[in-house]
Design a protein around this ligand. Structure first.
Ligand SMILES: *[C@@H]1O[C@H](CO)[C@@H](O)[C@H](O)[C@H]1NC(C)=O
Ligand SMILES: *[C@@H]1O[C@H](CO)[C@@H](O)[C@H](O)[C@H]1NC(C)=O
Length: 223
């Protein structure tokens, strides 16, 4: 090999090495969540609200780091249907920001935090966005006043960003103070609800036969 080739090769290697290290310095929250394949709802929310871009931008200039709580698809499907879709755009942003701490917290350090822990959603006063760490033995618990969640596996950690899976969507009091979790499927609904449902059912039943009747006569005419 000529000296020139060797020189170009080492330049190239130095360049590749430089690229790799600068990538490692700025983790991408979407890349981290895409790998396991079970955070599709969270990823969609992070993209649609612009919170992913915001967080990725902040990660590049932060000195104190970030901690991110990631509920998997199962946690979203466990919610009452429409719980997320019925939120305003601002509430969706606040819900996501409630899953972000503007400080890097390693697992053993959760015990050292004092309650309530400030999140990116802001105001931690009662009824707003308080988040408490409740340590029970080895597992780290999180209490919002609406749900109690547990921190599961560590999806990513460096000195700057920690991403932990949580078993529940962290529902803040400010948005979900009247939230009722869905009833277990096996439980029969109360009698009043039954009467209401059956009359609603027969109404839609009439409506349906009416439409079919119209459709049939239209069809008959056009023959
Ligand atoms: C969180 O902790 C604070 C301070 O200990 C307490 O006043 C508050 O009731 C707790 N809230 C929840 C939801 O656990
Ligand atoms: C959360 O845990 C606390 C303390 O164990 C309990 O009092 C509360 O009822 C729990 N809340 C929910 C929503 O499960």
């Amino acid at each position: 090999m000529s000296k020139q080739v060797v020189f170009s090769l080492s330049l190239l290697l130095a360049f590749i090495f430089h690229c790799n290290t600068s990538l490692a310095q700025a983790p991408d929250i979407l890349e981290i969540l895409e790998k396991p394949g079970r955070f599709t709802v969270l990823i969609r929310l992070l993209k649609n609200t612009g919170v992913a871009n915001q967080l990725n931008g902040e990660l590049q200039k932060s000195n104190t780091g970030y901690t991110f709580f990631a509920p998997p698809d199962k946690a979203f499907s466990d919610l009452r249907s429409g719980a997320i879709n019925s939120l305003s755009d601002l509430q969706k942003v606040e819900l996501l920001q409630f899953h972000i701490l503007a400080t890097f917290v390693s697992l053993p350090n959760f015990q050292t935090l004092s309650n309530p822990v400030p999140t990116q959603a802001g105001d931690t006063s009662a009824g707003e966005f308080p988040l408490n760490v409740t340590s029970a033995g080895k597992d780290v618990g999180l209490a919002t006043g609406v749900v109690n969640a547990t921190i599961g596996s560590t999806l990513y950690t460096d000195d700057e960003l920690a991403v932990y899976q949580v078993d529940k969507v962290l529902l803040p009091l400010d948005i979900f103070r009247n939230y009722k979790p869905p009833e277990p499927v096996s439980e029969s609904p109360p009698v009043a609800a039954k009467v209401h449902e059956s009359s609603a059912l027969s109404l839609t039943g009439h409506g349906m036969w009416f439409s079919i009747g119209i459709a049939a006569s239209v069809a008959a005419f056009s023959l």
